[in-house]
Design a protein around this ligand. Structure first.
Ligand SMILES: *[C@@H]1O[C@H](CO)[C@@H](O)[C@H](O)[C@H]1NC(C)=O
Ligand SMILES: *[C@@H]1O[C@H](CO)[C@@H](O)[C@H](O)[C@H]1NC(C)=O
Ligand SMILES: *[C@@H]1O[C@H](CO)[C@@H](O)[C@H](O)[C@H]1NC(C)=O
Ligand SMILES: *[C@@H]1O[C@H](CO)[C@@H](O)[C@H](O)[C@H]1NC(C)=O
Length: 207
């Protein structure tokens, strides 16, 4: 006798258990896929966020006076306080963006206690992807006649330090991946000291 005859339902039971098993298997598979998709979405979101905060972030470049400036002409008089200097000024345009910063012509103004004593012009150019563009420009710093008999100047010169400031605005565009562009303005606001005994620039500080 076949064993089935003892139990009228074994086939049916077997069948139902396999369907249950395959259903369970399918559910697990679906769960696995759902997890994969969720993980992928989280990963993708992470990548996008990371990208947005690094590569796609537009940072304002820094425009600064560099200490590596020297003097060709150095004439500072203490008896009748006056100065006449020709400085080989070095400027830096520091671009930390993931793309070039293209800027226009600009003028840098030098002041002694608020009185303009000279200016330099920087030609339009660009600072490349995450780099500092260095520009050397000669600038004449000449005492204007309205500073003659200025007591501050007399005391500064006798102390051995001529304090100066430089100011400028550099207008340009940051370009990321050739298509994303944003205007950015780099402000220069520096203070520096001309050391009269060493004929060098010292304590160059830029904001
Ligand atoms: C920038 O300056 C140069 C000469 O100094 C001049 O030829 C050029 O036209 C200027 N560019 C702009 C956009 O003014
Ligand atoms: C500076 O002082 C001298 C002498 O005291 C005077 O002759 C001269 O006119 C003054 N110059 C200016 C620009 O005030
Ligand atoms: C530069 O600094 C001076 C003094 O702190 C301030 O008055 C001026 O607004 C600053 N300029 C820029 C462009 O930041
Ligand atoms: C000028 O520079 C020399 C050499 O670095 C230094 O010893 C001196 O103190 C400086 N003078 C002033 C007034 O800071």
């Amino acid at each position: 006798m076949p064993p089935q005859s003892y139990n009228p339902h074994p086939k049916h039971d077997e069948e139902s258990s396999t369907t249950n098993e395959s259903k369970e298997l399918r559910r697990q598979k679906q769960k696995k896929w759902a997890l994969y998709i969720i993980a992928f979405v989280i990963f993708q979101t992470g990548i996008i966020v990371l990208f947005t905060f690094t590569v796609m972030k537009f940072r304002t470049p820094k425009f600064r006076m560099r200490p590596a400036s020297s003097f060709d002409t150095f004439d500072v008089q203490q008896a009748t306080p006056s100065f006449n200097l020709r400085m080989n000024a070095q400027f830096g345009v520091r671009n930390t963006n993931f793309g070039p910063f293209k800027y226009g012509n600009t003028t840098i103004h030098f002041y002694y206690k608020g009185t303009e004593v000279g200016s330099a012009t920087v030609r339009n150019s660009k600072a490349n992807f995450r780099s500092t563009k260095k520009v050397n420009v000669p600038v004449d710093l000449v005492m204007p006649s309205n500073l003659a008999n200025n007591s501050d100047l007399a005391s500064d010169i006798s102390s051995g330090i001529l304090p100066l400031t430089s100011q400028s605005r550099l207008n340009g565009k940051v370009e990321i991946m050739f298509i994303f562009k944003k205007k950015r303005t780099a402000n220069m606001n520096c203070t520096m000291e001309v050391n009269i005994s060493t004929k060098q620039l010292q304590n160059v500080k830029c904001k």
